[in-house]
Design a protein around this ligand. Structure first.
Ligand code: S3P
Length: 448
């Protein structure tokens, strides 16, 4: 995390990638599995939990608020405190790099009678928190956040919850599953019905999982596709056994690697393919990518498949803005795929990428230019003239800035495999937030 020396790593051009792998558990589902279990009365058990730094930060914060979170072998167990039962932590809660932890836990705290100071690393401390502060203040929370010179509310902040909070109906001004989930979490300990109106659908793990935990939650979709999610407050949640599927956002890196490296043929088992997350796979197929979903099944309410991916010649496309929420974390690696495709790929409507773990449009444009790609950066997207399958020149030992962003680091690791002189990333450490074992898994595919 913050205090570890940067660890630069070089990714050299690779021979064919082959073999069968599994990727670590889904980050979004892992956070939610811990948080909802902490609100149930009794013991929940979780298998496949992502043991990345982001999820471990959520676990630690829940412990600080009274839940018992333990690991025995491969099974995580959580003894919950019950809705309304969170306790005052003794010290500030450090959430490292994790925006999901910060925003979801703020929602959780907002309707409990506790006061919590939240801190994070340099990346998380730059990210906008106004989008969660605004609705949670409407529900009655008192939130004092650091104000930046350009008027943004950021960490560190202190949130004092109100119990009982005030239920409300809130229309999301930005498509954000984190904001939606924060409000639903606040609503769980609020009398009456709390409603979130979502004009553009975002990942729906909170809704699916809350139903499984026995919450009274309903989702109505109108003719225009606008979703209204209603949750009844002050209900008991029942402990659950949860199986976390593999993270499609992690599988994305291995998928693009296999598509780009000549002669590759890999299978990634047990990957979540929830339609609110699987936009990248659709886009890559439209570009000519050979990606087969095999053995499709449902695990714990989530659709799952084994992904069979073989090397493919890709063609650039225009990516419509409305698909963005279903692949919001996958644009960095999509840009790498586009840089190797034949023709031009255009992306639009991606302002949100500027407020992720880093400004992903800026970092990807900068790094891709450094390794020889033809990129134009616009305010809301990138335009990429692809190399038609020819290797990129590579960075010639100039290090690519990862800016504390795991997905920038992994995207350029994959780009290195398809560059003449490879790519050196200035720090591999951020990968630990979401994909422990990334480098070893990639090496295994190259050496099998
Ligand atoms: C997440 C939602 C998305 C995504 C993040 C995880 C979640 O963020 O980028 O990695 O688990 O709810 P936004 O809600 O900001 O779009």
């Amino acid at each position: 995390m913050t205090n570890i020396e940067p660890n630069p790593v070089h990714f050299a051009p690779s021979g064919p990638l082959t073999g069968t792998i599994v990727v670590p558990g889904d980050k979004s589902i892992s956070h939610r599995a811990l948080i909802f279990s902490a609100l149930a009365v009794g013991k929940s058990q979780i298998t496949g939990l992502l043991e990345g730094e982001d999820v471990l930060a959520t676990a630690e914060a829940l412990r600080a608020m009274g839940a018992t979170v333990e690991k025995n072998g491969d099974i995580w167990s959580v003894d919950g405190v019950g809705v309304g039962g969170l306790m005052q932590p003794e010290t500030a809660v450090d959430l490292g790099n994790s925006g999901t932890s910060a925003r979801l836990l703020m929602g959780l705290i907002a309707s409990h009678d506790i006061s919590v100071t939240i801190t994070g690393d340099a990346s998380l401390s730059k990210r906008p928190m106004g989008r969660v502060i605004e609705p949670l203040v409407q529900m009655g929370a008192d939130i004092q956040a650091r104000q930046t010179h350009d008027g943004k509310s950021c960490l560190p902040l202190t949130i004092r919850g109100l119990c009982p909070a005030v239920p409300m109906e809130y229309r999301l001004p930005v498509a954000s599953a984190q904001v939606k989930s924060a409000i639903l979490l606040a609503g769980l300990n609020t009398p009456g019905i709390t409603r979130v109106i979502e004009p553009v659908p975002t990942r729906d793990h909170s809704e699916t999982m809350l139903k499984g935990f026995g919450a009274e939650i309903s989702v109505d979709t109108d003719a225009k596709g606008t979703r209204t999610i209603s949750v009844a407050g002050e209900v008991n949640l029942q402990p659950q056994n949860i199986k976390v599927p593999g993270d499609p956002s992690s599988a994305a890196f291995m998928t693009v690697a296999a598509l780009l490296v000549q002669g590759s043929d890999i299978t990634i088992e047990n990957v979540g393919i929830n339609p609110t997350r699987a936009g990248l796979f659709d886009v890559l197929r439209q570009m000519g990518g050979k990606i087969a979903f095999e053995n499709e099944r449902t695990v714990g309410g989530e659709p799952v498949a084994d992904l069979h991916v073989t090397h493919s010649d890709l063609t650039g496309i225009d990516i419509p803005a409305d698909i963005a929420p279903s692949m919001i974390d996958e644009f960095p690696i999509l840009f790498v795929a586009a840089a190797m495709a034949k023709g031009t790929t255009t992306t639009n409507g991606l302002h949100e990428l500027r407020v992720k773990e880093s400004d992903r449009l800026k970092q990807m444009a900068k790094g891709l230019k450094l390794i020889g790609a033809d990129i134009t950066e616009k305010e809301d997207g990138l335009v990429i003239n692809g190399n038609a399958g020819k290797l990129l020149t590579g960075g010639n030992n100039r290090a690519i800035e990862t800016a504390l962003d795991h997905r920038i680091a992994m995207s350029f690791a994959i780009a290195g495999l398809t560059s003449q002189s490879g790519a050196t990333i200035d720090d591999i450490q951020p990968v630990e937030t979401s994909f422990p074992g990334f480098t070893e898994l990639l090496e295994g595919l190259a050496n099998s």
